[in-house]
Design a protein around this ligand. Structure first.
Ligand code: ZN
Length: 142
């Protein structure tokens, strides 16, 4: 399989930006759906367009703030002593927030085993690693 290189010096994009191929593919996919798109995918290869792309700093700040708020909410969920289902329902604006009686907090004990077989964990990690769609990516930019 022939690889195309971005620079005239023959260095791959991975070498130039010190990112993995998977990370680069995510960036290229993001840029490819921007309007107007600074890159387009032709076949398996990404190519530049004449668009002078400018980052939308306001959008980045808005999304970062949203992600930080979501992360704080997850931290609250993990640390709460109240019914987990009631917590989720309230987070989703459900007016009914009665305790469920079935979650770990309602029962006062774990509802699934807190330990697992190490070999089973290794097998699960390997399965997830190789079943990821991003592992099928072999695209480089031209
Ligand atoms: Zn509950």
């Amino acid at each position: 399989m022939a690889e195309r290189h971005l620079s005239s010096a023959g260095r791959t994009l991975e070498e130039r930006v010190n990112m993995s191929r998977v990370q680069i593919e995510k960036v290229m996919t993001y840029l490819g759906v921007e309007n107007p798109a600074p890159v387009i995918k032709q076949g398996r290869l990404w190519q530049r367009t004449p668009v002078n792309y400018q980052l939308d700093h306001d959008k980045i700040a808005r999304l970062s703030a949203q992600r930080e708020a979501e992360w704080r909410e997850i931290q609250e969920f993990v640390g709460t002593d109240e019914c987990l289902m009631a917590f989720l329902r309230r987070a989703l604006d459900d007016p009914e927030t009665e305790p469920c009686g079935h979650c770990a907090n309602c029962l006062g004990e774990a509802v699934v085993p807190e330990s697992y077989d190490h070999q089973l964990g290794v097998q699960a990690a390997a399965f997830l690693r190789w079943s990821s769609p991003s592992n099928a990516c072999t695209t480089l930019i031209t």
